[in-house]
Design a protein around this ligand. Structure first.
Ligand code: IPE
Ligand code: IPE
Ligand code: MG
Length: 259
């Protein structure tokens, strides 16, 4: 058995996990790159660089655990407020990741997707995104989704525009608009909602990430900065998720006092 093989049930048990109680979709707000670097007297971009190593480790771990989807918040629509130099380096790292990661994506059989306003990115990056998405479209492993130039309010606004335009053209009756209609017009159409949202670097906020989709997601915050967040931290989050009691507004029949 090679180190990248999916975990067997026995291995999962040894890790304190079980297949039935693993989340299907985990979404991560990868935060703290800058602080990690600054604490070491390094430029912020070193934190972003080291963050790519964490991305590689967590993608592989999520895939070995057999998750259906891993969504990583890589760049928000608000991150354009950063200094030009940091933006240039971030975009350079993104492009490099898209190119260098193709082999790994294919080797692990991942389906690669990007959500966010792709048209707002450098055309060369748009090209690399398309290439990686097309190349991996037929793979049947975990979906690896990168949120780039992503903002949930923008996503919802765009969905409303398109729905209204459908109504004005007579293709849709206002009464026929359901929650599913809205979900179908988001960039995440067809993807499952996240079961668990992880945020690193001790920040307890969602920063415009998947606002519609996380309405019933479990939240888990790590004290670790993203560049130091590794497989064991991810498994700790999975073990904690295992103990959560998801009620979706109802009552859990197994709980005392339900009757
Ligand atoms: C997360 O790390 C990466 C991006 C938002 C691109 P930060 O760059 O936000 O790091 P901190 O929060 O300043 O430490
Ligand atoms: C959220 O991190 C966005 C990403 C991780 C890409 P930020 O560092 O941009 O969030 P705020 O500004 O602290 O809310
Ligand atoms: Mg931050």
């Amino acid at each position: 058995m090679s180190k990248e093989d999916p975990y067997s049930d026995t291995q999962l048990t040894a890790l304190g996990l079980e297949r039935a109680t693993l989340p299907g979709h985990v979404a991560i707000i990868m935060d703290g790159n800058g602080r990690w670097a600054q604490n070491r007297g390094l430029p912020r971009i070193e934190g972003h660089r080291r963050g790519v190593t964490s991305v590689r480790c967590i993608v592989e771990e999520a895939s070995r655990l057999g998750l259906k989807q891993l969504t990583l918040y890589a760049f928000s629509s608000e991150n354009w407020k950063r200094p030009p130099r940091e933006l240039t380096l971030l975009m350079h790292l993104l492009r490099q990741y898209l190119v260098e990661e193709r082999r790994e994506i294919q080797r692990q059989g991942l389906r690669f997707r990007v959500i966010g306003t792709i048209s707002g990115l450098d055309p060369m990056i748009q090209e690399e995104i398309k290439k990686t998405e097309t190349m991996s479209a037929e793979n049947d492993g975990m979906t690896l989704c990168l949120a780039v130039n992503y903002g949930a309010r923008q996503e919802i606004t765009e969905a409303v525009r398109r729905i209204v335009s459908g109504v004005l053209q007579g293709q849709l009756q206002p009464e026929a608009i359901t929650e599913q209609t809205i979900a179908d017009h988001l960039t995440t159409a067809g993807m499952p909602d996240p079961d668990l949202v992880i945020r690193t670097a001790s920040e307890f906020r969602v920063s415009n990430f998947l606002l519609w989709q996380i309405s019933y997601a479990e939240l888990w915050v790590s004290e670790k900065y993203w560049p130091e967040f590794r497989e064991e931290d991810f498994r700790t989050a999975m073990r904690d998720y295992r103990k959560r009691d998801r009620r979706f507004g109802g009552l859990n029949p197994g709980n005392p006092g339900t009757k």
